[in-house]
Write a protein that binds this ligand. Structure first.
Ligand SMILES: [Zn+2]
Length: 165
């Protein structure tokens, strides 16, 4: 029997003999490997709208642990909000992040939500066809955004209202 390893961030199961953890994310190395594979694939897609940004924010918000920087969590939530509720392209999200990085904002500390995720990088990577990848990225973003709950969503909307719109 092959033992399954659960990613501490997104909860995805991996058949792997590698039980090491990512140095960058609250994730298993196996899960981070999938993310890098997806990122590399998306990198070449549609430079104009930059869909890779959706993956950056969905993965970032899904892999939050004790050592994750507060700004990374906040930027991930902001990116998810702009993508899911405002229909921003990845490129537009990137520009919003750049704008916010110039402001002197003290980012709050948010712990990861307790509810399990239903969509992970594994599901998105399965659908890396030119037709399907945007649908898969949108479903992933929406799932992560929903999982963070009403309180964090309200904080994100208010922050964007204050600094971006
Ligand atoms: Zn993971």
């Amino acid at each position: 029997m092959v033992s399954k390893l659960k990613c501490p961030g997104c909860g995805a199961l991996f058949s792997s003999n590698d039980s090491s953890l990512s140095q960058t994310y609250h994730a298993s190395s196996a899960c981070e490997g999938q993310y890098h594979e997806l990122s590399a694939w998306l990198w070449s897609k549609d430079a104009e709208s930059f869909p890779k940004q959706y993956a950056v924010d969905a993965y970032g918000a899904q892999h939050v642990g004790p050592t994750t920087k507060d700004i990374r969590v906040a930027f991930s939530l902001i990116g998810l909000y702009l993508a899911v509720e405002k229909g921003y392209t990845g490129k537009m999200v990137q520009e919003a992040h750049q704008k916010l990085a110039q402001k002197k904002i003290v980012w709050p500390h948010f712990g990861a939500p307790a509810t399990p995720y239903t969509v992970t990088v594994v599901d998105v990577l399965k659908r890396t066809s030119p037709q399907d990848h945007l649908l898969a990225l949108n479903a992933w973003s929406a799932d992560v955004w929903r999982n963070w709950g009403a309180e964090k969503q309200a904080w994100t909307r208010a922050l964007c209202q204050r600094y971006l719109f």
